[in-house]
Design a protein around this ligand. Structure first.
Ligand code: HEC
Length: 135
């Protein structure tokens, strides 16, 4: 029975902790929301919200912008990650523009995988940005 005391105490702290955390605004938004924000801020101007390659700036790109639909496969992931980080042709590199480029590139790719799976509708309204203390 003695062994139950620490466990009981830990449980109490856990419950108290989550109750307290409820009133505190979340520092970070959900991963898919951050991925969508990045896509809309940095990518859709060329690639289009729907990845079709018909964003407003696409007409100005010699040779156009490739259609990414159907390419978000696990086999392509490493190469696509590299293209986002290092750029390729008229595709700009993002490794110098983001605070944590590998993580942020993965968030965008993860979001695009959800779009491909039909689990997110391109261009669906985003929540008002959460207050964040971290980049
Ligand atoms: C200035 C226009 C422009 C912007 C902004 C842009 N891209 Fe691109 N992207 C391109 C072009 C053009 C290509 C084709 C590059 C080539 O192979 O010559 C490309 C290629 C790619 C590819 C590789 C496709 C493949 O399978 O070979 C991926 C993935 C990609 N872009 C994702 C992104 C993401 C994610 C962002 C935002 C972080 C982004 N792009 C921003 C123009 C752009």
């Amino acid at each position: 029975m003695k062994k139950m005391l620490p466990i009981g105490l830990a449980f109490c702290f856990l419950v108290a902790g989550t109750a307290w955390a409820k009133g505190v605004p979340k520092k970070r938004e959900a991963a898919d929301v951050r991925g969508q924000r990045s896509w809309e801020q940095h990518c859709q101007s060329c690639h289009g919200l729907d990845m079709s390659g018909s964003g407003p700036a696409a007409a100005a790109i010699p040779g156009g912008v490739p259609d990414l639909r159907g390419t978000l496969t696990p086999e392509n992931r490493e190469r696509q990650l590299q293209v986002i980080l290092e750029g390729q042709g008229y595709m700009p590199a993002f490794q110098e523009s983001w605070y944590n480029p590998v993580r942020d590139s993965k968030l965008v790719l993860d979001y695009l995988v959800l779009v491909e799976a039909g689990e997110r509708k391109p261009g669906s309204p985003l929540p008002t940005p959460a207050v964040t203390t971290e980049p």
